[in-house]
Design a protein around this ligand. Sequence first.
Ligand SMILES: Cc1cc2nc3c(=O)[nH]c(=O)nc-3n(C[C@H](O)[C@H](O)[C@H](O)COP(=O)(O)OP(=O)(O)OC[C@H]3O[C@@H](n4cnc5c(N)ncnc54)[C@H](O)[C@@H]3O)c2cc1C
Length: 287
Amino acid sequence: MKPALFDYVAPETVEEAVAALAGDETARPLAGGQSLIPTMNFRLSTPGRLVDLRRIAALRGIAVEEGTIRVGAMTPHRELETHEAANAANPLIGEVLDNVAHIAIRNRGTVGGSIAHADSAAELPCLLVASGGTVSVEGPDGSRKIAADDLFRFHMTTTLAQTEILTEVRIPALPPATGYAFEEFARRRGDYALAGVCALLTMGNGMCREARIAACGIGARPVRLAAAEDALKGRAVDDAARAEAGEAAKEYMTAPADMQASVAYRKDLLAALVRRTVATAAERVEG
Ligand SMILES: Cc1cc2nc3c(=O)[nH]c(=O)nc-3n(C[C@H](O)[C@H](O)[C@H](O)COP(=O)(O)OP(=O)(O)OC[C@H]3O[C@@H](n4cnc5c(N)ncnc54)[C@H](O)[C@@H]3O)c2cc1C
């Protein structure tokens, strides 16, 4: 299949890109093209204008400062995955990105593109929700920041306006005494997962002081598993606590049965991923 006809512009500043989007209500930003171009080729999307962001130097780069990892929206996945300072500040990043597609796709796909695309099974949105990150966006009325919890609305739908460009992603560094883990299950390595779980556990005196757990692939957007977090807080992370957290997570599974898995299978999978990631995160604090 070939895409429908479209105009193409490649501006050099964010302001020019915003103006180009505002001039055509069907216009879409083009980042790495790893998701947008296939949907255009299948004619699932038919933008009248593509606003290519690749010439905008201000949208690329990684800076680690004051407990935050700042990532320009056009930074390729692979650059963040292999960035030493970013991974030293938050090693969950490399663990998550290792599961996104394949290296060839991670060389082209961008951090901002993945988050703006907002596939409910994608790993980076899940990382952003688990770690309490934010994004910066720029539009005709200026710039604003959006917390991860307020960004993802539905599968492939965010709270960004059509005229807004995601410019930067901010991921907090790992807090002290905090362990991390990401695990997912996909039928083939590199595919979008049936489910994936990010767990961040802050420990003190052998007890879980704070837990942040989020999952992808289980519903219409990345989901915080608050009941699983509550099952861990204020207690030792032993077999019983992990089992309770896994059971509590099942209530968040809203993905329907399909040719890949029944709902009961999906719930059991989610519970297993919660138990495993929580165990690994707790071990990493102690170890
Ligand atoms: C075979 C294959 C397997 C894959 N497997 C996975 C996987 O397992 N996990 C996973 O997470 N992803 C997977 N992907 C998707 C990949 O990670 C993409 O790179 C990513 O989803 C989109 O990034 P992109 O830079 O290519 O964005 P594009 O495809 O260029 O854009 C995607 C969407 O986001 C919008 N957009 C892009 N950048 C911005 C911006 N700065 N501001 C506002 N809107 C913007 C575009 O208009 C478009 O609607 C896979 C892709 C392929 C081809």
